[in-house]
Design a protein around this ligand. Structure first.
Ligand SMILES: Cc1cc2nc3c(=O)[nH]c(=O)nc-3n(C[C@H](O)[C@H](O)[C@H](O)COP(=O)(O)O)c2cc1C
Length: 172
């Protein structure tokens, strides 16, 4: 069955996600990065995550040459970082307030978490490439996430109800 691209986008847009900025650097040390919602945890032991990156992105040079990437999970109120890193080209780094990770990659200050990774595997994913990352280091801070749903930025209900039952989660 042929899938209509508009239907595909609308259907997948119904999945509410967090928003991340994924960064890397090329062989000359030039920073590269983009806004990514296709980020998820894969394994706890060893700690693995994945990101899916459009094949048109310049960032592939960096994933390949440095073998490293960093993920900043954006907090509520950080839409400007999301918008900035959702534009093409190197200008997105001009004037951006960023931190530098221990592996020399740009990080978004005040993000809810920073996750530094080594590229452990590269998998073809249609017009995207999937990078499996082994987590080398991370830091986390409390706060509310920036969300994305149906093509718009959202935030959590300011008065969340009681936590759903179960609580403990042994698997990622
Ligand atoms: C909320 C949001 C989520 C996005 N998620 C992804 C993603 O998961 N993978 C991807 O390749 N591009 C994603 N994009 C699009 C890129 O951020 C955008 O195409 C960017 O301009 C790419 O920059 P580059 O071409 O300089 O690499 C997303 C954009 C937005 C606004």
């Amino acid at each position: 069955m042929a899938i209509d691209p508009g239907d595909f986008r609308r259907a997948l847009g119904q999945l509410a996600t967090g928003v991340t900025v994924v960064t890397t650097r090329d062989a000359a040390g030039r920073p590269l990065g983009l806004t990514v919602s296709a980020f998820c945890s894969v394994s706890l032991e060893p700690p693995l995550v994945l990101v899916s990156i459009d094949d048109r992105s310049e960032a592939h040079d960096g994933f390949e040459s440095s073998g490293l990437f960093a993920v900043s999970i954006l907090a509520e109120g950080q839409e400007e970082y999301s918008r900035r890193f959702a534009t093409g080209g190197p200008a997105k780094f001009e004037g951006a307030e960023l931190l530098t990770s221990t592996t020399g990659l740009p990080l978004v200050p005040e993000a809810l978490a920073h996750i530094e990774c080594r590229v452990a595997a590269t998998l073809p994913g249609g017009d995207h490439t999937i990078y499996l990352g082994e987590v080398l280091g991370l830091d986390v801070r409390p706060g509310r996430p920036l969300l994305y749903h149906a093509g718009a930025y959202r935030s959590l209900d300011p008065e969340p109800g009681p936590e759903l039952g179960g609580g403990r989660r042994d698997r990622v």
